[in-house]
Design a protein around this ligand. Structure first.
Ligand SMILES: NC(=O)c1ccc[n+]([C@@H]2O[C@H](COP(=O)([O-])OP(=O)(O)OC[C@H]3O[C@@H](n4cnc5c(N)ncnc54)[C@H](OP(=O)(O)O)[C@@H]3O)[C@@H](O)[C@H]2O)c1
Length: 375
């Protein structure tokens, strides 16, 4: 068993930090960073910036060349096992071999069961030393990719802003703003990290949200906005901000047996809103996620309301909870809360969450948690 030294860990951590730079840009690919070291010094580094562009190892090798450094006999530190298959770009294992690199230290194995270990096998068969550090932090930055590869469905995050007594709006539907600006900024960061944001009909009708990314001095692209409907009842015009597809794509997903008013349909299509009929007569969360995955949506941020939260929690399809609590009490049984329709009678039936992180954001509190059953 090869032991990693303190400096191995430092270079590997640098590769993991590099990996996380292009936040929100690499889907459906993983975040990957690489650092090439020779005689104890970094001679090249890089990260995978966007799907379809060069992989981190290739970028780092090119960077070493640009620095007029020879990679022969060097060690490369990579945040994920180098790939050995032909995708949109060539296999990284071959690039490493061709560069004369003699040692690869990688943070974690590729999660795809059909490729896991094959990158390492190729390296060893070609005389390159390969060591896996089995790093949990490397898996965490790629939690979406790991989930996709293993479960073949999108990673689902439930984001909700609540009063301290768990209400997501007042009984009249007023929800702007329950939390403070620092918490809302973090909410925008979550939008950057997901391919799509999904909401229900009453949230559209009550809030008319734009669901775009608004972070000062940044120019991130907006995720796809998905409106999940059981019926089109109550949507009597196409002037909602969500239907302005000049700022971001919008998809409406609805059961196949639902009819749409002809004029509304024409208006929506004229605005380039995509109408997606589900393959069922009702909303089945599993099928919604399967269809989104087939459309290359690798991650979904649920932004309410309570009926949508209920559907996904009940189906046990929430992979992570991002809960923001503002310093208010709203009260009243008629005000919607995070999970209004739980049907739980006995506390022993109540799902237990693991809390992974808490943070005070201005006057609000952020809780990151997962359902124990779906960890
Ligand atoms: N604080 C927050 O973070 C936050 C976030 C979002 C929303 N909100 C607030 O939440 C309130 C809305 O919550 P809500 O629960 O009343 O509404 P919602 O979840 O946005 O939409 C509910 C509607 O969606 C449809 N629906 C029900 N179950 C569904 C399912 N499984 N899949 C798809 N659609 C389904 C139903 O309409 P049909 O059967 O007629 O189709 C239902 O009336 C708003 O006042 C909003 O301000 C707060």
């Amino acid at each position: 068993m090869n032991k990693l030294t303190e400096s191995d860990h430092q270079f590997l951590n640098k590769a993991i930090l590099l990996a996380a730079i292009p936040v929100g840009e690499v889907s459906p690919n993983p975040y990957v960073g690489a650092v090439i070291v020779k005689d104890g010094r970094i001679i090249g580094e890089g990260f995978h910036a966007k799907a379809g562009t060069a992989h981190a190892e290739v970028v780092a090798i090119q960077n070493a060349k640009d620095n007029n450094k020879s990679t022969v006999g060097a060690t490369i530190y990579v945040s994920l096992e180098p790939c050995c298959h032909h995708g949109k770009t060539g296999p990284c294992t071959e690039a490493v071999l061709n560069a004369g690199i003699t040692k690869v230290v990688y943070a974690t194995q590729d999660p795809n069961p059909s490729v896991a270990g094959k990158g390492e096998k190729f390296l060893i068969e070609n005389g390159i030393e390969a060591i896996c550090a089995d790093s949990e932090s490397a898996r965490q930055i790629n939690k979406i990719f790991f989930h996709n590869q293993i479960k073949k469905t999108p990673f689902v995050t439930l984001k909700a802003a609540m009063s301290l007594d768990g209400k997501i709006a007042s009984k009249s539907g007023d929800s702007k703003w329950i939390t403070g600006s620092d918490a809302r900024l973090e909410g925008h960061q979550l939008r950057v990290e997901h391919d799509a944001i999904l909401i229900g009909k009453k949230t559209l009708l009550n809030d008319d949200p734009s669901l775009t990314v608004r972070i000062p001095d940044q120019n991130y692209s907006n995720p796809i906005r998905v409106l999940l409907l059981r019926t089109f009842n109550g949507i009597d015009h196409a002037n909602y901000q969500l239907f302005n597809t000049e700022i971001a794509p919008t998809w409406i997903m609805y059961p196949q047996n639902q009819s749409i008013d002809t004029a509304l349909k024409a208006e929506l299509l004229a605005k380039n809103v995509r109408l997606i009929e589900l393959q069922d007569d009702e909303i089945i969360v599993d099928s919604v996620l399967t269809q989104l995955y087939e459309e290359k949506v690798m991650s979904v941020l649920l932004e309410g309301g309570s009926s949508i939260y209920n559907a996904f929690i009940t189906a046990q399809k929430v992979n992570e909870f991002a809960l923001f609590y503002g310093p208010r009490l709203i009260g009243d049984a008629k005000a919607p809360s995070l999970w209004d329709h739980s049907n739980i009678t006995d506390l022993s039936e109540a799902p237990i969450l693991s809390i992974h992180a808490t943070e005070k954001l201005g006057n609000s509190i952020y809780v990151q948690a997962t359902l124990k059953e779906v960890e």
